[in-house]
Design a protein around this ligand. Structure first.
Ligand SMILES: Cc1cc2nc3c(=O)[nH]c(=O)nc-3n(C[C@H](O)[C@H](O)[C@H](O)COP(=O)(O)OP(=O)(O)OC[C@H]3O[C@@H](n4cnc5c(N)ncnc54)[C@H](O)[C@@H]3O)c2cc1C
Length: 594
């Protein structure tokens, strides 16, 4: 059963990505070391003791839909209630609306634990967090007054409605339409698919944020506006009023996250009040909906990245437990009776170490991204704030895509360690892989994240944002070499080689973009994102080791060395695929895809 890795999370936050330094510099004045540890400890208990035990029930029960009502699995309603009573929904919500205003970092850390307990549970609040941020940033004061405190507390939940049957990655052709009524409200008509937690019985209201097109809006992305459409209207005294004309017409049957209802939502199929259409209110300016939605999507992308870490951690723990119990064959270093526990076999050890090292690397990248968001918020309009916002923009696609790919990879290795039992549902290893598989797809597929990294994030500040980040990471690699600790083996040299590969690939990609060879650059986008994740992740593992007290190291130095000497070699072949492989890819696509 999952046990939250509180010590590791705390160490990563404080010593690897910089929370302790920020505290020393007088930032985040509401926080202290003790408070951070107390929050992580309590969250860890809730995730391990309350959420994780209900994950398998959620998976097997699913969320049946009957006459418009979606019933959550047994025990989940109480679980959600206990979660909001614990104040977890409000952790980093705005204080003006009842939130605790704590840094995003802590929220991301708790979300790692909720998602390790059950990804199907964690994904619901993920969207509510995004809704809070979008409403707080873009909505009118009136809408904020009516909706924010209940969303911040978690009493009501939020959704994000982009996808339509013909429009997923490309939202420019969305058809859902919004007609102004003339009194400040709009009538919304259309169908949205794949809407996470679009309908459920956990809360008495659901607040949908919906992208729709105004009648006179320009075509494409620039004609989209964002609307707040409540499931139930809210009376003037704050009580729940009449039902709006938005209904769930079906629930998807899917590979994983069975306890997360994935809904087809129909807006405006009947009447709300005395006229047809679901009633909604504009959030932000007309025709600026996509940029408002991006506020929500960037937040959500990091919280999806952490889902990959979460599943990786849960899969690693489960595989390690199994490897200690399951006995097969003999091993030179096993002197006990009978067959050796499989954890004594070098190949199983390789698999377990790969799981642990990749998960730790992805964790540090996600927390580094959260830290950059926090420092961007703290820094305001100053140059320092801008630097951190650029860093957050650079890291968001890497955090989302690298970490969620790792989640799938690690969960798959976890099954391998279980042998045949991994393929059998009752061990739970299969559920972790099934759950992990969605994360590289939603919130912008990982392919789209890679394109974002190469075409928008590399050119940030004329390439200085990425250059500055790589220079900082290189310093860590230099510190490893200077440390002269023999336990590091070749770590420093391997990191330096990985950064050489990263810089050569980065320069080549920027050159292709400047020469308008866009297809050449896009051909290398996905390998580049992985190369970036491996180099940065390996570096953070080394920093984690450098920042550990030698006699309380928790194996961090040997793990960093394992990563550098066993996994970082991939960076050379990734660089080669990017720089040398584009021509063959594009030529082969012309002739071989038949
Ligand atoms: C369980 C689940 C929950 C979801 N929750 C929500 C939700 O709450 N709200 C919501 O609005 N949506 C939600 N989605 C939808 C999800 O965000 C989309 O499925 C996703 O964005 C991909 O869109 P698509 O399925 O249309 O795939 P497509 O856009 O058709 O993509 C298919 C493939 O083509 C690739 N591709 C597409 N365009 C390009 C391009 N320009 N360049 C290179 N490659 C490209 C993609 O990377 C992908 O591999 C959910 C989906 C699922 C399955």
């Amino acid at each position: 059963m999952y046990r939250a890795p509180v010590t590791e999370i705390s160490h990563t936050l404080k010593n690897v990505v910089g929370l302790s330094t920020a505290l020393d510099e007088g930032k985040f004045t509401d926080l202290s070391d003790d408070l951070i540890d107390a929050i992580l400890e309590e969250a860890g208990k809730f995730a391990s003791d309350e959420i994780a035990p209900l994950a398998a029930i959620g998976d097997s029960h699913g969320t049946p839909l009957n006459e418009g009502v979606v019933t959550m699995p047994p025990g989940w309603k109480k679980l959600y209630k206990d979660w909001i009573v614990g104040g977890w929904a409000a952790l980093s919500g705005p204080q003006e609306y009842g939130g605790q205003g704590l840094p995003i970092m802590l929220n991301v850390a708790t979300f790692e634990m909720w998602n390790s307990g059950s990804l199907a549970f964690g994904v619901g609040p993920t969207l509510t967090c995004g809704a809070v941020e979008a409403i707080e940033t873009h909505a009118s004061d009136e809408l904020k007054e009516i909706y924010l405190d209940k969303l911040v507390s978690g009493e009501w939940t939020g959704t994000m409605n982009l996808t339509e049957p013909h429009a997923g990655s490309d939202l420019g052709t969305l058809r859902t339409r919004a007609e102004p009524v003339g009194d400040g409200s709009y009538r919304i008509f259309g169908q949205k698919i794949f809407i996470t937690y679009g309908e459920h019985d956990l809360s008495e209201n659901i607040i949908h944020l919906v992208l729709a097109r105004l009648p006179d809006g320009p075509e494409g992305y620039r004609g989209l506006s964002l609307f707040l459409v409540p499931k139930n209207f809210v009376n003037e005294d704050g009580t729940i009023g009449a039902r709006n004309d938005v209904f769930c017409s079906s629930i998807e049957h899917k590979l994983g996250i069975h306890a997360s209802p994935t809904c087809t939502m129909i807006y405006g199929d009947g009447y709300a009040g005395d006229a047809p259409g679901a009633i909604g209110w504009l959030v932000g300016e007309e025709n600026r909906g996509l940029s408002c939605m991006f506020t929500m999507m960037n937040n959500a992308r990091l919280l999806v990245g952490i889902q990959g870490v979460a599943v990786g951690e849960a899969a690693y723990q489960q595989a390690l437990d199994y490897a200690n119990e399951r006995r097969q064959g003999s091993a030179a270093d096993y002197k006990g009776d009978g067959m050796a526990p499989i954890v004594h076999h070098a190949d199983v050890q390789r698999n377990l170490l790969t799981m642990k090292a990749l998960t730790g690397a992805a964790r540090a990248i996600c927390y580094a991204c959260a830290h950059a968001i926090d420092l961007g918020n703290e820094g305001g309009a100053q140059e320092e704030g801008a630097k951190w916002r650029d860093r957050a923009n650079l890291l968001t696609p890497i955090a989302k895509a690298f970490a969620t790919d790792i989640g799938v990879e690690v969960a798959s290795i976890g099954i391998q360690i279980h042998g045949g039992m991994g393929f059998i549902e009752e061990t739970g290893a299969a559920r972790l892989l099934r759950d992990a598989r969605i994360a590289p797809i939603y919130e912008g597929t990982n392919g789209i994240q890679a394109i974002d990294l190469v075409t928008r994030k590399l050119p940030l500040v004329g390439g200085e944002a990425v250059a500055g980040y790589i220079a900082e990471l290189r310093e860590i690699a230099g510190d490893v070499q200077l440390s002269n600790r023999p336990e590091f083996g070749e770590t420093g040299e391997r990191l330096a080689a990985a950064f050489d590969a990263l810089e050569q690939a980065k320069d080549w990609l920027l050159q292709q973009l400047s020469e308008k060879n866009r297809d050449q650059a896009l051909a290398g986008a996905t390998p580049f994102l992985r190369l970036f994740g491996l180099a940065a992740g390996g570096c953070y593992l080394a920093k984690s080791a450098l920042q550990s007290e030698a006699d309380n190291d928790f194996g961090r130095t040997v793990l960093a060395r394992f990563f550098a000497e066993n996994l970082l070699g991939e960076t050379a072949s990734l660089k080669s695929a990017i720089v040398d492989g584009a021509d063959s890819l594009l030529q082969a696509a012309d002739t071989a895809l038949v």
